[in-house]
Write a protein that binds this ligand. Structure first.
Ligand SMILES: Nc1nc2c(c(=O)[nH]1)N[C@H]1C(S)=C(S)[C@@H](COP(=O)(O)OP(=O)(O)OC[C@H]3O[C@@H](n4cnc5c(=O)[nH]c(N)nc54)[C@H](O)[C@@H]3O)O[C@H]1N2
Ligand SMILES: Nc1nc2c(c(=O)[nH]1)N[C@H]1C(S)=C(S)[C@@H](COP(=O)(O)OP(=O)(O)OC[C@H]3O[C@@H](n4cnc5c(=O)[nH]c(N)nc54)[C@H](O)[C@@H]3O)O[C@H]1N2
Ligand code: SF4
Ligand SMILES: [Mo]
Length: 748
């Protein structure tokens, strides 16, 4: 670690999307001065996109927090010291627990695109308080897919695009949004190779769609019909892999019977796709040696999203593209992003809890009510729900209605401004960090990033924040930790013994595992790495769950994996699977995929009568509120000067609509929805189809520059969205399908 100019290239990772490409950096003072892709990173292999080079705007900017803050009665904040902050926060949460019950304390966040260790430690404090309900951004995108996955095979799948003969992207624009290793390299390879093909379902002529062999340019929101028709062609033209279905799938006949009834011509017409193109795409899937599919926000945040998740999975299941090179795979986890277990219900609205997560969209309604079971207090860590959850007006009112809100963030956010206490976290380059976006197969990788800088003055890493909060609750008797501390000094084997004994005999320790590891194993780890202690437990679990794949990856046992994680700074391959292992990873007792999901088959049968869009005379356009572009990265970088282009986050609209509405490129427009209204800069774009408009995500964040001027570039997308527009099964929002009206604003 150094504060001076350093010619040493230090390995770390980009934190701007879930790929977490390995990078190496040179520092100057507290700046990330030079940044390159890390060739030694096992996943990214030197690849980065344009955004990684601008990470210093995250590390150094004027929005960063430097002291714990407490809100005064008049809404302003005063700086307080850490001891005061920790003592008051712990006491106030204990008070909420005593008066209302610990289950009224709600936790949101726990990690963004680059940082999951804080979330890993939060559990100790939350369990000690008896908190039960939690959520994060996955509950506004992936929970519908998670619900389908749980029933099909009980795990999460990923496509092996690097080797796929046919790549299918459903509401996914990987040229811009990445999401799998070396995305642009892989896309270029597929596009150039005459024997490989790309199929894209997207209403927009995206950069990915431009590379596609088959662009199924659906009308916004009509993917369910298009996907049903694609699957129907497989059945009706006898293109299914019957041997695979017989050996590895239960319930295929029921699904095939439902698909046999579909009129392909009718469904193609409803989705606005040429029937012959659609049939050709289905035949291409059937003829391929391998097919990989990626569904993302274009369907996950639109109408019929859970049905769309189900139907797109039928494309690779009916054709047997599982457990083979270039196909779709279940994979190992360092730690699952979704909690396993059944579906529960939220206390007030009875919304489905999938993977342990309360739907983001119902959070305001779980608070803004006089229901006795409403949430009373909230902890937000590494998330900006006042800006990122649908209907910001309602979400902000909800935050204001709570008795106690504590925000842990690196920056002063829209959410932090509404908190009673704000705790400043060290940045992701100032502490040990990692993510659990380890989703690859057959080789799955994990990177522990060492700190590059000391924590900024006044800040603490989250593992230390959570440990101080647990200590302040006096929940764990420190004497119970002593045997573990002694054992840790004697070595990992003694520690393992002592750990198992302690958690089996002392319930308070069993409830606060990450805290116990941090307090006892943490101090024995190399300087700056105490926050990696929780990974010791995860490494042991990996060893128990995937012993053969662990051995193939070259690790003798959990301790050896943990040591490799600590020392291999560019990342470590933790499991090396064989393709046949996919079957073993299916959680059903017979290790077969179970495709019959009655609720979704009922939805499929209802499609002839389901409305294709929700536009009205008042709101005739479909607005996609929150598109990924070259210069967006969620809410991670607040300083707008990080962007090179599209600095206003333009409203993209078709040539035809622009003409009709009198909009000009670079001019201004007013966008109005049922939820709100905003002004945007217009970009007239050939890529948009008539009736469709798009605004980017990550805009509308405020930033105060060196001269004290406040900038709020672009439109905050959730000033235009409503909580009620959500999926019936998963509660996921329809951010990509907001009925809207656009009007020209006369420029003076
Ligand atoms: N540059 C950049 N990359 C990112 C992020 C970022 O902020 N910026 N964020 C990261 C995160 S958190 C996520 S979840 C991923 C998301 O990654 P993506 O899901 O790829 O991102 P989006 O651009 O939101 O939506 C994908 C596509 O859906 C299309 N779409 C809109 N409506 C429809 C529809 O009705 N049907 C279909 N089929 N498609 C439709 C849009 O035109 C768009 O091309 O990106 C990650 N990567
Ligand atoms: N309308 C609309 N809304 C959307 C979307 C959309 O497409 N349209 N997309 C949705 C999706 S897919 C996602 S993933 C969400 C993302 O929305 P959020 O879950 O709110 O996450 P981020 O925008 O990534 O915000 C990350 C926060 O973490 C903070 N942070 C960065 N580093 C650290 C750190 O080391 N420690 C701590 N404690 N904090 C840190 C940042 O300052 C920032 O405030 O938005 C969702 N909201
Ligand atoms: S933004 Fe994503 S793809 Fe681009 S360098 Fe960062 S982690 Fe890699
Ligand atoms: Mo996301």
């Amino acid at each position: 670690m150094t504060e001076q100019k350093s010619a040493v290239w230090q390995p770390t990772a980009c934190i701007l999307c879930e790929c977490n490409c390995g990078i190496v950096v040179q520092t100057e003072g507290r700046h990330l001065a030079r940044i390159r892709g890390d060739k030694d990173h096992p996943g990214s292999q030197g690849y980065t996109c344009n955004k990684a080079l601008r990470l210093d705007h995250y590390q150094n900017n004027r929005a960063r927090l430097t002291s714990p803050l407490r809100r005064r009665a008049d809404g302003s904040f005063e700086e307080i010291d850490w001891d005061t902050a920790i003592a008051e926060i712990a006491a106030k949460f204990a008070d909420v627990r005593d008066r209302h019950g610990g289950d009224k304390i709600f936790y949101y966040g726990g990690g963004g695109q680059g940082n999951h260790l804080g979330g890993a430690y939060s559990g100790a404090f939350l369990k000690a308080l008896g908190a039960r309900y939690r959520s994060n951004a996955l509950a506004q995108e992936k929970t519908g897919e998670g619900w389908v996955d749980a029933q099909l095979y009980g795990g999460h799948t990923r496509g092996e695009f690097e080797h796929a003969e046919v790549a299918v992207f459903v509401g996914k624009n990987p040229w811009m949004s990445q999401s799998f290793p070396r995305a642009r390299v892989v896309l270029n390879e597929i596009a150039k190779d005459p024997i490989r093909s790309m199929i894209v379902l997207d209403p927009v002529l995206t950069d990915t769609a431009k590379m596609a062999d088959y662009h199924l340019r659906v009308k916004p929101g009509t993917d369910a019909w298009c996907l049903a028709a694609l699957a129907a062609v497989l059945v009706q033209e006898n293109l299914c892999d019957e041997a695979f279905l017989a050996d590895h799938v239960n319930g295929a006949d029921v699904v095939k019977a439902a698909l046999a009834e579909i009129s392909v011509a009718d469904y193609a017409a409803r989705s606005g796709v040429d029937e012959e193109l659609l049939r050709a795409a289905a035949r291409r899937i059937a003829a391929a040696g391998s097919v990989a599919v990626f569904e993302d926000l274009g369907v996950q945040q639109g109408p019929n999203s859970t049905l769309c998740s189900y139907l797109n999975k039928m494309l690779w299941i009916l054709t047997g593209n599982f457990a083979k090179r270039g196909g779709q795979h279940l994979h190992s986890w360092m730690a699952p992003l979704f909690a396993p277990g059944g579906v529960g219900r939220t206390p007030v609205t009875g919304a489905p809890i999938i993977g342990g997560l309360t739907p983001s969209n119902v959070v305001p309604q779980e608070i803004l009510t006089d229901h006795p079971d409403r949430f009373r207090a909230m902890i937000v860590e590494s998330s900006n729900p006042a800006h990122s959850i649908a209907d910001s007006t309602a979400m902000r009112a909800a935050l204001e209605a709570l008795e106690l809100v504590v925000v842990i963030d690196v920056a002063m956010t829209e959410t932090a401004r509404l908190a009673h206490y704000v705790l400043p976290a060290a940045s992701q380059f100032e502490k040990v960090e990692a993510t659990f976006f380890n989703l690859e197969f057959p080789h799955n990788n994990f990177q522990l990033r060492h700190p590059i800088f000391e924590p900024a003055a006044g800040t603490l890493p989250e593992p230390e924040i959570w440990a101080r909060l647990v200590r302040a609750l006096n929940y764990v008797d420190d004497g119970d930790l002593e045997p573990l501390r002694r054992a840790a000094r004697q070595g990992r084997d003694s520690y393992a013994q002592a750990f198992l004994t302690a958690v089996a005999t002392v319930p308070a320790l069993a409830k606060t595992l990450p805290y116990v590891l941090y307090e006892t194993l943490g101090p024995t780890l190399p300087e700056g790495l105490a926050g990696a202690a929780a990974l010791w437990g995860l490494a042991q679990k990996v060893a128990l769950t995937y012993p053969e794949a662990l051995a193939r990856a070259g690790h003798a046992d959990g301790n050896a994996l943990f040591d490799a994680i600590l020392t291999q700074r560019s990342g470590v391959t933790f499991t090396a699977h064989e393709y046949a292992d996919d079957f073993g990873l299916i959680s059903h007792a017979d290790h077969k995929i179970a495709v019959e999901i009655p609720e979704l088959l009922a939805e499929l049968r209802k499609l002839p009568a389901t409305p294709p869009q929700f536009t009205t005379a008042e709101f005739p356009l479909v607005l996609a509120a929150g598109e990924r572009r070259a210069d967006t990265a969620n809410d991670i970088i607040r300083d707008p000067s990080w962007r090179r282009r599209d600095r206003d986050g333009a409203l993209r609209i078709s040539v035809a609509d622009a003409q009709q509405l009198g909009l000009v490129d670079g001019g201004r427009a007013r966008v109005t929805t049922a939820a709100g209204s905003a002004e945007a800069t217009v970009e007239v774009s050939e890529t948009m189809q008539p009736g469709h408009a798009a605004l980017p995500n990550g805009f509308g964040l405020d930033y105060t520059d060196a001269d004290g001027r406040v900038h709020v570039p672009g439109v905050a997308p959730n000033s235009l969205t409503s909580s009620d527009w959500r999926d019936a099964f998963a509660g996921t929002p329809w951010h990509k399908h907001v009925p809207a009206r656009v009007e020209a604003i006369a420029t003076r």
